[in-house]
Write a protein that binds this ligand. Sequence first.
Ligand code: ZN
Ligand code: ZN
Length: 372
Amino acid sequence: MTDDVVRGAALIANGDGRFGLETIEVDPPAAGEVRVAIVAAGVCHTDHAALRWPGPLVLGHEGAGYVEAIGEGVEGLEIGQPVMLNWAIPCGHCAQCERGAAPLCERTHETDVARLGTSRAHPGATRWRGRPVERAFHLGTFARYTLVRAEAVTPLPPHLLPEVACILGCAVMTGVGSAVNVAAMAPGATAAVLGCGGVGLNVVQGARLAGARTIIAIDRVPARLQRARELGATHALLARDDDAGHARLVAEVRALTDGRGVDHAFEATGVPALAFLPLQLARNGGDALQVSGAHGPATLELTDLFWNKRYLAPLYGGCVPARDFPRLFDWIAQGRLELAALISHRYPMEALARAFDDMLAGRSTKGVLRIA
Ligand SMILES: [Zn+2]
Ligand SMILES: [Zn+2]
């Protein structure tokens, strides 16, 4: 327990695309809160999008570190304990939670501190230049210290270091969960995964864990396809710029699935124009899942939905933290879910611009910031 305000580095976006390395101060935890010293944070496309959210904003929503201070009434955590952070916390009693749809909890994005379902700490707890500052997803993991509600903190098992676990909270959960929870892939199923970045590679892993018979990875970058094969893809198709209307790609996927198309086709590119392409890769009665969270307009040929095809845009891999994180930890311990190999680049906080460049150009599969 500590009464001290702490000061530490933080990457702050100003709302018009620019950002800088600044110093913030963070209150000690109030009742039900935990202050975490972050050591590593994953860089995600959403962080890049957040550069244009209303600012100033402490960036970052994937991260892990050590418990640094604990508020009153918090049970099951100790100072110095390694933990990961999670931005989506079902409240357990809104209409969506009660109908069993915890990932759609209506309170996850609320700002009312008195209610569960948000990681947000008490108002004004984080300050920059003497004034309260907002944090991405109420976490702001691109900062040395973050103050969150205890429900946002998941203790890590001994075999898992924060330096690696920092990518679990978004990329891994979204990818693996989309295959295992949302598509609910069955043993022997077939899948196509369009885009083999941080999320797509984890869809490949989720499909493998579910026992898929055929996993077709698709990307424009040969190195990413190689990585997809190492993680469980049974086939790799190189997407080509001269493939008008993707006719060749669709034909190749059909050729690998007895002319039928796959049971589950995933889009993980973040490119709006590709959002409906999975409908052409899915078999009749199959499903197309847009898991990249792409924003913007896209054109749909309505006949692509014929023959009972389903189109879903699942959020965060259908995450139910209490069920899913222990399961991910077990798979990692058993060597069935690869984590460290997904991290292709590590950067100091000063190099966030380079991390974004590498991500947007497809040079990195997953970049991680070292927080100090
Ligand atoms: Zn709820
Ligand atoms: Zn993310």
